[in-house]
Design a protein. Structure first.
Length: 71
């Protein structure tokens, strides 16, 4: 059985970023704590996808830095 993936960025912060971005290609201001959480979440999701042997389009699966994001 798989464990749930714990995300660092709170849902409220994520939702406010989505609203602020108003779609793709818009500049958004984000504080460092939220940015760090977003980057950690991204790395952890990519690592989990690699563990599940799901190929990613950008081929992150072989990246050592991403692989170290596993917990």
């Amino acid at each position: 059985m798989t464990r749930p993936l714990t995300l660092y960025l709170p849902l409220a912060a994520f939702e406010s970023l989505v609203i602020a971005a108003n779609g793709r290609g818009k500049n958004v201001t984000i504080n460092r704590v939220a940015l760090a959480g977003l980057v950690m979440d991204h790395a952890r999701v990519l690592a989990k996808l690699g563990d599940l042997q799901i190929e990613t389009e950008e081929s992150y699966a072989g990246c050592d830095t991403i692989r170290k994001a596993r917990t």
